[in-house]
Design a protein around this ligand. Structure first.
Ligand SMILES: [Zn+2]
Length: 64
């Protein structure tokens, strides 16, 4: 199946092909390289969260 995941950071949409109806693991945005933790259950995204905590993210943005 194909599932669409929208990046929480840059809003880019990624299409992922999953072998099962349920999945949990990492997803990395093709555009901004932001890592997310995501959980799929029965063909639906149940959980999607940025992998880095906010402090770390802010530091990266300042460096950028
Ligand atoms: Zn992104």
């Amino acid at each position: 199946m194909i599932i669409k995941v929208r990046c929480k950071k840059c809003d880019a949409e990624t299409r992922l092909s999953l072998a099962d109806l349920s999945y949990n693991g990492l997803f990395r945005c093709w555009k901004c390289k932001q890592s997310h933790i995501f959980v799929v259950e029965n063909d639906e995204i149940k959980y999607l969260k940025l992998l880095n905590d906010e402090k770390y993210g802010n530091q990266l943005e300042l460096d950028f």
